[in-house]
Design a protein around this ligand. Structure first.
Ligand SMILES: [Cu+2]
Length: 465
């Protein structure tokens, strides 16, 4: 009964671990929007879309899913009209069917007083595992199936035997053999249906197993002060191990987190030395076990995060340089003394519920306790945050623009003007990250900003309920 036994589940994977929902602060032309997308758990399945307009004046919002690239991206189906909220004219919701797994986008079109604007949100939907049916349910369904098959044979036998006779006519031999013949033919047909049905299902299951998403494998090693990361594709069709596009000018963003305490964190940028091989000269680090989270974005806009762990000896190391950063990260409540000067203050909400989007706001104060006036862009962003569940089942690298990597956004919105990476005015002393916790538990948030005295790393603990 294997043909009954596989249900295919899909989990979206997009540069995060265990954190499927998508949060994006972006602009559809003249309209700033905050978009939340909850991708379906199964493919085909329904993605839930929530759109909050940051400014009034939008009359209609249209949403449509298309593949990220190829002909399907150009010939989009008729968009759905998102439903405006009855009590809130700036809030729109919709549900969209995602029919295939792969690198998808949801195109959002806003129309209103200031004309029409469009924004495409990358939504990778990848079948990530097949789930087998429980033995109990399988046995029940098998018994019911047998009953159905036996019933069909009996019904056909009766229909061509007793049912064709006059009342009180007895059961002549001719009718008896007609009935037997009908039962034999029916049994043969039923068996053929079962046999070919089973074969068809197994073929389907086998071809699905080939496209079930398997994250790229990453094998770390360490020698002579250099961390080596070797990527391997465990067998998943549309993927290469060397087709990465730079995100914030780097092919890989690697978080190195001391385990189990998470009391030290580094944000490093290994270079690709040959196909699928990355290396990086480590900064000074104490001996111990470290968790590695490596973000990359494929040419298709599909982001992936590889996870690995490594035991390191004490590393004399090379001082941090370029965009690399990190250091001690032991939270001290909602005020974190920065290594340079001043502090970062977490504007904590009274409580955090799971599966709800929040703006996580952090203020930076100078040594005198005044709003810091020396914040700079760090890799094109006012700030970088990593949300890590203490049991390590969740890792999300988030920016003030949300959870979508800029490189994926650029693939989804070709030709769109870049984000605000090019202005050199003083940045506000506050950074804010849109994010929602996928499940309850203890999380640590690593927040990084660049100031005149370099990149500063702060850490805060949050409980999601
Ligand atoms: Cu970042």
């Amino acid at each position: 009964m294997r043909f009954l036994a596989a249900l295919v589940l899909a989990l979206p994977v997009f540069g995060h671990v265990g954190s499927p929902d998508i949060f994006l602060e972006g602009a559809a032309g003249p309209y700033p929007l905050f978009i939340t997308i909850r991708p379906p758990v199964v493919i085909p399945g329904v993605a839930e879309v929530e759109i909050r307009a940051r400014t009034p004046g939008i009359r209609q919002v249209r949403i449509v899913p298309t593949p990220m690239q190829g002909a399907g991206a150009k010939f989009a189906p008729t968009p759905d009209i998102a439903t405006p909220s009855k009590d809130d004219a700036q809030f729109f919701t919709g549900s969209l069917w995602m029919m295939n797994s792969g690198s998808w986008q949801i195109r959002v079109t806003a129309e209103g007083d200031r004309g029409t604007g469009q924004l495409s949100v990358p939504v990778p939907a990848l079948a990530s595992r097949t789930e087998t049916m429980g033995a109990g349910l399988g046995a029940i369904l098998a018994a019911l199936g047998l009953l159905l098959a036996a019933g069909a044979v009996a019904v056909m036998g009766a229909a061509s035997g007793e049912a064709s006779l006059e009342p009180d006519a007895g059961f002549p031999n001719a009718a008896r053999s007609r009935s037997r013949r009908a039962m034999g033919i029916t049994a043969a047909v039923v068996l053929a249906i079962l046999y070919y049905g089973n074969r068809w299902w197994n073929d389907e299951a086998a071809s699905y197993a080939r496209i079930v998403y398997k994250p790229m494998e990453m094998t770390p090693s360490f020698s002579g002060g250099t961390l080596k990361l070797e990527l391997k594709d465990p067998g998943w069709l549309p993927r290469q191990i060397d087709d990465f596009v730079p995100d914030h000018n780097h092919l890989m963003h690697l978080y190195v987190i001391a385990l189990p305490g998470m009391d030290r964190v580094w944000h490093l940028h290994p270079d690709m030395t040959s196909a699928g091989k990355f290396t990086h000269v480590l900064p000074p680090m104490p001996a111990g076990r470290y968790g590695l989270y490596a973000d990359v974005v494929h040419e298709s806009g599909l982001p992936e995060t590889m996870v690995a762990g490594i035991d390191l000896p004490a590393v004399a190391g090379k001082p941090l340089s370029g965009d690399d950063s990190g250091g001690a990260s032991v939270p001290t409540g909602d005020s974190f003394a920065l290594a340079g000067s001043g502090r970062m203050i977490f504007e904590r909400e009274p409580a955090y519920a799971v599966k709800r989007a929040y703006a996580f706001r952090f203020r930076v104060e100078d040594a005198a306790g005044k709003p810091a006036r020396d914040l700079e862009l760090y890799m094109g962003m006012p700030g970088h945050a990593a949300f890590v569940k203490r049991d390590r089942t969740v890792f999300a690298h988030v920016h003030p623009t949300g959870s979508v990597p800029m490189a994926s956004l650029a693939v989804a919105n070709p030709g769109a003007a870049g984000h605000s990476a090019h202005h050199h005015d003083a940045l506000p002393a506050e950074v804010s990250f849109p994010y929602g916790f996928p499940k309850p538990g203890e999380y640590r948030i690593f927040v990084q900003v660049r100031r005149a005295d370099g990149v500063q790393t702060a850490a805060f603990d949050v409980t999601a309920r």
